[in-house]
Write a protein of this length. Structure first.
Lengths: 187, 111
């Protein structure tokens, strides 16, 4: 049954990926990308990667894409630009991507590799977590640091904007200190 | 469903099938980055490329019966989340100043 599910979910994933990059409206693109990610999660499940399949739905289709949708809707209607690429750029782009895809496919087609049997614990939460928290403990902690830094950076960007907006509202010596901080926090 | 069962048994898939799918999704993502000018859609195409690489990592993991690939996918997910967070925050800042999400406009207005 793995083959049937592979072709079903793989076809839908490729079609929705194509729709993602061809739709004009970014919100429509985002919805197609969510659908593509859900299909990719199903493909991970056919590879008995249970934890990765769940995380693909939770993190990619859930958290990251909700973030994308939020920002897309926040930015609102943009001035419509004619998305007509220069023919030279178009030709060079297609040739480059074709060369990359062709080269990769040559490698892929170089032999037949069927999947062997794997034990029932392959890809379970317990097995992956055990590896993650033993061999890769340092990298795991660094990942936590990376996410913290990214969060602080995003908050700082937003805060700087809030301060700038306040400064332009009251140009004559905006009070600094605790009162100013409170106002920013209220805004 | 005996017909579906026999059909499923006839369709054998191996490592190269998953890698082919990965190459297709990666190429689609690259095309999106090259041809779209809306920076949000370019970001989405980058996410698509990351996901296609995850497919090949998981497929190799299954082929070699080795869970190290799964751990690498987890790190890719974390980096993608951080990248989306900071990237979109910067994008919102630029949009507030320039009022557009077209990358060509960014380039022309930067100086």
């Amino acid at each position: 049954m793995q083959g049937l599910f592979f072709y079903l979910f793989g076809t839908v994933a490729v079609i929705s990926a194509l729709l993602t990059i061809t739709r004009r409206d970014p919100v429509t693109s985002a919805f197609w990308l969510i659908f593509c990610f859900l299909n990719v999660a199903a493909l991970f499940a056919t590879l008995s990667a249970h934890l990765i399949a769940v995380l693909q739905i939770l993190i990619y289709a859930g958290a990251i894409m909700v973030f994308f949708l939020f920002v897309t809707m926040f930015l609102g209607k943009e001035k419509r630009s004619a998305e007509r690429p220069n023919p030279v750029v178009f030709g060079v782009g297609v040739l480059t991507v074709g060369a990359i895809a062709g080269g990769l496919m040559r490698l892929v087609r170089s032999g037949s590799h069927d999947f062997g049997e794997v034990g029932p614990e392959h890809g379970t939460i317990e097995a992956v977590s055990r590896l993650l928290l033993s061999n890769y403990l340092f990298a795991f902690e660094l990942t936590g640091l990376l996410l913290t830094v990214a969060m602080v950076g995003a908050v700082l960007l937003a805060r700087r904007e809030a301060k700038g907006a306040r400064a332009t509202r009251t140009p004559a010596g905006a009070p600094s200190g605790p009162a100013g901080v409170e106002e920013v926090a209220d805004a | 469903m005996p017909d579906l069962q026999s059909l499923g048994d006839n369709l054998q898939v191996g490592l190269e099938h998953y890698l082919t799918l990965s190459v297709m999704l990666f190429s689609i993502g690259t095309l999106g980055v090259i041809f779209r000018r809306n920076v949000l859609v370019m970001f989405m195409s980058v996410e698509l490329m990351l996901t296609s690489v995850n497919i090949s990592l998981v497929a190799f993991s299954r082929y070699l019966d080795d869970l190290n690939g799964h751990v690498l996918v987890l790190f890719v997910l974390a980096v993608a989340a951080a990248e989306a967070g900071v990237g979109l925050a910067i994008l919102v800042e630029i949009f507030k100043k320039r009022d557009t999400v077209d990358v060509d406009e960014f380039r022309q207005l930067m100086e």
